[in-house]
Write a protein that binds this ligand. Structure first.
Ligand code: AHG
Ligand code: MN
Ligand code: MN
Ligand code: MN
Length: 331
């Protein structure tokens, strides 16, 4: 039958293994780390899918360092990822949107540092809308065998070794890059495996979708208001889910631009440089697109604090360039 005629799919594990074989000096630690993240992703996926059945919807009752109400699933996803990363042993330090300080895992011999947004789009969780997890991996700067410190996490985005996200959407996907293109994997529930479904993703140079929270329009810089008027003049399509991962993923596949400018409420933008902007900027560049903050390339920003925010314009090259030149004229 037709089903049997299909080639055997490439699992995420096999894909990671094959890529490792291309690097003669690879120790397998990054591969193991990626597998640990995928495993935690499967567990969080299960939590999210049960959603309302398992008393895990709603607010947790505390605020995080961002000044946001934490949802129960923010807290659960954070615990799941930290546990997997600690037990996996490949990471010496973790920074998370949900934790005020850098967390030393005790694995001082490990060479990697992970930045994580455990649950992205958590304001959407109670209405059964797509959410995600975003991760980013760096090599530590302090010598192996010593206690890691904050400088290990405060590196330019272009220093990332790998970055990716898991989208808990109408299907669950893991998309990641190690700097050699972007590959996407779809989760098969019945088999408990991620399979390569989107090899070498490339984004279009021009798209017909723009994504931003237009409710804030009157607070956007003049240049961005001007850009949005232009989009409307050209009858582009407006699409905004309010889960960055989901908005980003759609634009990555279809072409388009995502904007989160500065606003009166958030003068340096809302999105977090280390947990959101850097990883997605790495992915978009690897897919042939670009990301800027209105002044320059996102990946060239040197962060000065763990929870620093930044405006973000990301997606199809022509669209982001257009925004950039308007910002430039505005300044
Ligand atoms: P998080 O849920 O990790 O705190 O991130 C929220 C972010 C992002 O997911 C989303 O695109 C954006 O906030 C939405 O912000 P607005 O509600 O201001 O549009
Ligand atoms: Mn949050
Ligand atoms: Mn987020
Ligand atoms: Mn989050």
């Amino acid at each position: 039958n037709d089903q049997l005629a299909l080639p055997v799919g490439i699992t995420l594990d096999r894909f990671i293994m094959r890529n490792e074989a291309d690097f003669p000096f690879a120790t397998g630690e990054l591969s193991q780390l990626l597998r640990d993240i995928a495993l935690a992703g499967k567990i969080v996926n299960r939590d999210i899918n049960r959603g309302g059945l398992a008393d895990i919807s709603g607010q947790f009752g505390s605020q995080n360092i961002q000044g946001e109400q934490q949802m129960k699933l923010d807290v659960i996803a954070n615990i799941r990822f930290i546990r997997a990363l600690k037990n996996g042993g490949e990471v010496c330090a973790i920074i998370s949107e949900e934790d005020p300080e850098l967390l030393a895992t005790g694995n001082n011999k490990a060479k990697y540092v992970v930045a994580i947004d455990p649950l992205d789009g958590s304001s959407n969780i109670d209405s059964n809308v797509s959410v995600g997890t975003i991760f980013s991996i760096y090599r530590r700067l302090t010598p192996m065998g010593t206690e890691p410190n904050i400088n290990d996490a405060l590196q330019k985005g272009r220093m990332q070794v790998a970055a990716g996200y898991i989208l808990y959407g109408s299907s669950t996907m893991l998309v990641y890059t190690t700097g050699r293109g972007v590959n996407g994997f779809t989760y098969d529930y019945s088999l408990g495996e991620f399979f390569l479904s989107h090899p070498q993703v490339k984004t279009a140079a021009m798209g017909d979708t723009y994504s931003c929270n237009e409710g804030n329009m009157d607070d956007f810089p003049a240049s961005i208001q001007q850009y949005l008027h232009k989009c409307k003049g050209q009858r582009l399509t407006g699409r905004y889910i309010g889960s960055l991962v989901a908005d980003f993923h759609r634009n990555l596949l279809k072409g388009g631009v995502y904007l989160y400018p500065s606003t009166t409420k958030n003068p340096t933008g809302k999105l977090r440089l280390l947990y959101e902007c850097f990883p997605l900027a790495f992915i978009i560049e690897q897919a042939g697109g670009i990301a800027c903050d209105g002044k320059g390339r996102i990946l060239d920003i040197m962060p000065s604090s763990l929870h620093q925010r930044s405006p973000l314009y990301i997606g199809s090259t022509k669209m982001v360039e257009d925004i950039y030149s308007l910002c430039f004229a505005d300044a």
